[in-house]
Design a protein around this ligand. Structure first.
Ligand SMILES: Cc1ncc(COP(=O)(O)O)c(C=O)c1O
Length: 387
């Protein structure tokens, strides 16, 4: 006998990577050398100062107790400084920044804060799976907005207008994410201006997820909050996971107007009790990494790109070369039945794992996503295994 689960537990599927990586680990345990090009888990180190700050802080007696629910003041000040330096955006450290245990968790806090059962949420038809999954968990109605492949995977604003206008329920949230994962489409000011206008016109909350702005960006990074009028209708999630090689540390934050930050804090303070102080002290240090540090990290990813392109060429996939972020998004050749077939064949026969596009939405069924998070030599080894 098992006690019945809540409906939401029955209706929610385990995260694809949670299941698939367990399979990868079983194969590794059986002695297979798996090259994992699936997940965006940076293999490079955080800056040396960051690690030093962690160690020093851990040695202080005052570092081990509960911390403020809003994170430490120096961390919020460092985030504000980072926003000014990186995006030219001014944030008030005490009221407009809320440190989070990673931005993934922030998606849940925001959804719990703003969504009533039956409210409408617009998510990109290809996007980070948590937007959709969490919206459903809180009982919202999820609608996918189309992305226009021929227009560089930009949102289809006309279709979005229809979705908002024709929907029987109130649309409360739009999830937006540029540089876009998984397609690698860059952020542009024009796109963000359009998004803010749309949010004002339709009175919806624009939730922008911005973890990739510093990875292989070809132009200066942009924050949605740099757009005039954005703070009235938008909040932004950001994170040290990818930009500072700190994915396992679980450090992110939400930025936005005080009223939004206060509301999310009310919910969040009932869920978790903040972060370990040495992590926050180290994150404070990391946020001061020099522009050169970021350039060097990007140079390593740039070096891996050629190898990933060679890998995709060997598979007969096609891709664009203007992509930003930690992945390359590629279309399957007609000869391949589906992403699932290709991914499973590669894993079983070549011991190479890549992500199938459908995990980001059904539109991804004929695409795959390849990560830049393993060394160039290992990617070249994957290319050899294909020949
Ligand atoms: C688009 C996007 N948003 C959010 C996240 C979660 O990042 P974090 O590690 O800050 O929770 C990821 C991680 O892969 C992502 O790709």
């Amino acid at each position: 006998m098992i006690i019945p689960l809540a409906l939401r537990a029955d209706q929610t599927q385990e995260y694809y990577f949670s299941v698939k990586l367990a399979e990868v680990r079983r194969m590794q345990a059986a002695g297979h050398d798996i090259i994992n090009l699936g997940i965006g888990n940076p293999d490079l180190m955080p800056s040396a100062n960051t690690i030093d700050a962690l160690i020093q802080s851990a040695q202080q007696p005052a570092s081990h107790g509960y911390q403020p629910y809003k994170g430490t003041a120096p961390l919020r000040q460092a985030i504000a400084k980072f926003y000014r330096h990186t995006y030219g955006v001014t944030l008030e450290p005490d009221t407009e920044i809320l440190p989070l245990i990673g931005s993934k968790e922030g998606i849940t806090h925001i959804s719990l804060t703003f969504l009533n059962e039956g409210d409408g949420v617009l998510v990109p038809e290809l996007g980070y799976p948590a937007y959709r999954a969490v919206s459903r968990m809180v009982g919202a109605n999820v609608h996918e907005y189309p992305l226009l492949e021929h227009d560089g995977w930009q949102p289809d604003w006309e279709a979005m207008t229809d979705l908002v206008a024709k929907s029987s329920e109130k649309t409360k949230i739009i999830w937006l994410n540029y540089p876009h994962m998984p397609t690698g489409a860059p952020a542009t000011r024009a796109l963000f201006e359009r998004a803010v206008r749309f949010a004002h016109d339709h009175q919806v909350l624009l939730c922008h997820d911005n973890p990739y702005s510093l990875i292989l960006n070809k132009k200066p990074p942009i924050s949605l909050l740099s757009i005039d009028g954005a703070k009235d209708v938008a909040i932004e999630l950001n994170s040290l996971s990818k930009s500072h090689n700190m994915a396992g540390w679980r450090i992110g934050w939400m930025a936005g107007a005080k009223a939004y930050v206060d509301a999310v804090l009310t919910i969040k303070s009932n869920i978790d009790s903040g972060q370990f102080k040495p992590l926050m002290d180290a994150a404070t240090e990391a946020l001061g990494n020099s522009d050169d540090w970021h350039r060097e990290r990007n140079a390593v990813y740039q070096g891996r790109l050629d190898a990933v392109h060679a890998f995709l060429d060997a598979l007969g996939c096609t891709y664009t070369t203007n992509q930003e972020g930690l992945f390359i998004w590629a279309k399957l050749p007609d000869s391949v039945e589906s992403a699932e077939t290709l991914v499973n064949d590669l894993l079983e026969k070549k011991h190479v794992f890549i992500a199938p596009g459908f995990i980001f939405g059904p539109k991804g069924n004929r695409y795959v996503r390849v990560s830049l998070c393993v060394t160039k030599e290992r990617i070249e080894e994957a290319v050899k295994r294909l020949s």
